[in-house]
Design a protein around this ligand. Structure first.
Ligand code: PLP
Length: 444
């Protein structure tokens, strides 16, 4: 792990962060990077499961950049592939490279819904194009999303992610500047509620272009989907001729190289990817049924327009190919699933011992603890409304105290944590010990 200049100077973080606030709105380049209580966080080095700050502090990283570095930061195989591409193949923005073809061929082979696939630079672009082509294919207006799911920053989906209780059930935009008619064209339903889905289709089925969901809404931690809910979505969209979109930007590659659709056996029409697909290089992808995907290219530039200067950038493609190779050839999933199971089991035992009402949720490499009473062992929250009972002060409070022990879980309500291939049992031991101390302190 290398550090930047001045990395061990006490107060260096505050000085750089202050310079940032003068020239960068809010001092950071993305929403939620500025965390209350952590305004002077300046990152100078990353490596494996760790990162270092300008103040010379080192943390074991369980935040993992909201999910991309499944192999760990600066994975040497991925870094080598990117460096090689960087010295031999610049981005031309015309034609195609063999790397793009190889990557598409592998994704078509791995992911059940994907007959054809296009690359973007971000997950938001992928979900944007998924909804655009769904509207183009169906000639319809409405999109259905679910409370608690996040699909990026564009207008049709910029509503009802983390809502205050009184805003659940209404339209709750996450941004100003969105046309009301765009927000009105998105219906928001409760996750895991098949009745609500059937009612929406009964009332509006012929006007619904697409249903989009995170098959596991990880943007509010980890709500696991009921199998019957996914099946209902598949049946209702098929019956109404609407497009079913799985947003697998988080679940894709992290939980299975074939995505949640492989785990659940429910195949959507379109799927979006990002994050773990290239272990941290800026990537997104949209794949699915050939008849839908071909709308992007049955004549040059259309009829549904798709473009992007950096789509298929050779360095990003190299990162994705190296990531996929490692996921297929090394016991990555076995390792992160084993550590994830350990964390969930031992945290559950810890909270029982401390007599703290808590639900430790997650899947595979993802874990999150909700602090709420009334859950029997093995019972899980199913919808965003259930999560309103979470004790946000304790959720954020213990994570702030974890920082004092050199452990980093994002101190923001409902945020999930991630385990990578670079984490060890020793890292997990340190997490468990520090969590006990941090929770006791937050409760005191
Ligand atoms: N979809 C999901 C499920 C996400 O979690 C995110 C980002 O967090 C996105 C889409 C948007 O991806 P990006 O931030 O790469 O635009």
């Amino acid at each position: 792990m290398s550090s930047g200049p001045g990395s061990s100077t006490s107060g260096a973080g505050a000085r750089i962060a202050e310079r940032a606030r003068r020239v960068v709105p809010g001092g950071v380049n993305s929403g939620q990077r500025s965390v209350p209580g952590l305004t002077d966080l300046v990152i100078t080095g990353t490596g494996g499961a760790r990162f270092r700050t300008a103040d010379g502090r080192e943390f074991i990283d369980f935040h993992a950049a909201f999910g991309p570095p499944l192999l760990g930061h600066n994975d040497p195989d991925v870094a080598r592939a990117v460096a090689e591409a960087g010295t031999s193949l610049g981005h031309m923005g015309v034609g195609v490279t063999e790397g793009e073809v190889l990557l598409a061929e592998q994704l078509v082979e791995l992911i059940p819904s994907v007959e054809k696939i296009l690359l973007t630079s971000t997950g938001s672009e992928a979900t944007f194009h998924a909804l655009r082509v769904a509207r183009a294919a169906t000639g319809r207006r409405l999109v259905v999303k679910f409370q608690g799911c996040y699909h990026g920053w564009h207008d049709s989906v910029s509503l009802n992610v983390i809502s205050t209780p009184e805003r659940v059930g209404g339209r709750d935009p996450i941004s100003t500047g969105i046309l009301p008619e765009v927000l009105e064209a998105t219906l928001v339903l409760p996750f895991n509620d098949s009745e609500a889905v059937r009612a929406a289709f009964a009332a509006h089925g012929q006007d619904i272009a697409a249903v989009i969901l995170e098959p596991v809404p990880h943007n509010v931690g980890a709500l696991l989907p009921h199998q019957e809910f996914l099946t209902t979505l598949r049946e209702e969209t098929t019956r109404a001729g609407s497009v079913l979109v799985f947003d697998e930007v988080i679940t894709g590659f992290r939980h299975h190289t074939g995505g949640w659709q492989t785990i659940s056996g429910v195949t959507p029409d379109l799927t979006t990817f990002g994050k773990a697909m290239a272990n941290g290089a800026p990537v997104g992808a949209l794949g699915g049924r050939a008849d839908l995907m071909d709308l992007f290219s049955s004549r040059p530039g259309g009829p549904t327009f798709f473009a992007g200067t950096y789509n298929g950038h050779p360095s990003v493609v190299a990162a994705a190919l190296a990531t996929l190779r490692k996921l297929r050839e090394e016991p990555v999933h076995e390792h992160v699933f084993r550590l994830g199971e350990r964390v969930r089991t031992e945290l559950t035992a810890l909270y029982q011992r401390l007599d703290v009402p808590a639900v430790v949720a997650g899947y595979g490499s993802v874990f999150v603890t909700y602090f709420m009473p009334g859950y029997a062992p093995g019972q899980l929250p199913g919808s965003y409304t259930d999560l309103l009972a979470n004790d946000a002060a304790l959720f954020v409070g213990y994570r702030r105290r974890l920082l004092e022990h050199g452990l980093f879980e994002l101190p923001l309500n409902l945020k999930r944590s991630h385990i990578s291939y670079a984490h060890t049992d020793d890292d997990v031991d340190r997490l468990l010990t520090a969590t006990e101390t941090a929770v006791r302190s937050a409760l005191a």
